[in-house]
Design a protein around this ligand. Structure first.
Ligand SMILES: *[C@@H]1O[C@H](CO)[C@@H](O)[C@H](O)[C@H]1NC(C)=O
Ligand SMILES: *[C@@H]1O[C@H](CO)[C@@H](O)[C@H](O)[C@H]1NC(C)=O
Length: 224
């Protein structure tokens, strides 16, 4: 098992595949129906360039917020939209800040930060940098939930098939996420929360290892 090289290859696939934005400029026309997550990378894409979103009137409008610390597509000196204040989030479209969403609301892929925190957020929050949840909340299969399922309890799992590149060409890297308590993961076969294994123990998939920071890209787990 070559976990680290796989992760690095996966990392570089982002560079290869990413066409991060369309070409229409602020004020030019666009089709909201073309808004999508890109195949393979699942990054949000619209016909507008990286400084604009496709507004309801079919025109590219200057972005009203940003979700990333270091947004792509701005030159030095350009005005960069602000991040949203605590209690709000900037959606993938980056049109405007919205209030955090309650449990069961629709949320966007890998956007745990769109969901409202549980009352026991201090106990549930992942502070390891592995990206297992944000303040105790997860967005799985487009719904907000809390990462509070305990050992042996039925859980929700979301598998996302990213396209990665290796020596042999393209391959699918499945990233698996769940709503189990820290120290547990959601086993896809049984649908139950199971204890994370230590390196060296027998295992069926990479996600049963306890990952170290280096082996994890954006805190997500790679199952194959
Ligand atoms: C986590 O959620 C709590 C409760 O909503 C909130 O008070 C706190 O500021 C949040 N922490 C972070 C880091 O967002
Ligand atoms: C666990 O989280 C769910 C939301 O995902 C919530 O409805 C439920 O009440 C929580 N259970 C406990 C024991 O906190």
């Amino acid at each position: 098992m070559h976990l680290l090289p796989l992760t690095l290859l996966f990392y570089s696939s982002y560079t290869l595949l990413s066409v991060q934005a369309g070409t229409a400029k602020i004020g030019e026309s666009c089709n909201q129906g073309e808004n999508r997550l890109q195949a393979g990378t699942f990054q949000f894409w619209s016909e507008c360039d990286s400084q604009a979103y496709c507004g309801p009137g079919g025109t590219c409008v200057k972005k009203g917020c940003r979700k990333d610390d270091f947004p792509f597509g701005y030159a030095p000196g350009d005005h960069i939209p602000d991040k949203c204040p605590r209690g709000q989030f900037c959606p993938d479209e980056e049109d405007k800040c919205q209030d955090l969403l309650p449990v069961n609301s629709d949320c966007q892929l890998n956007r745990d930060d769109e969901c409202e925190a549980p009352p026991n957020f201090k106990e549930l929050a992942d502070t390891t940098g592995r990206g297992l949840n944000v303040n105790g909340s997860v967005c799985l299969n487009s719904k907000c939930m809390w990462a509070n399922k305990t050992l042996g309890v039925s859980c929700t799992v979301e598998n996302t098939p990213y396209i990665a590149y290796g020596k042999g060409g393209e391959f699918i890297d499945i990233v698996s996420r769940g709503d189990c308590h820290l120290g547990l993961y959601c086993d896809a076969a049984t649908g139950l929360c199971i204890t994370e294994k230590n390196l060296g123990d027998a295992c069926t998939a990479d996600k049963e290892f306890v990952w170290t920071d280096l082996e994890v890209y954006q805190g997500l787990r790679h199952v194959s």
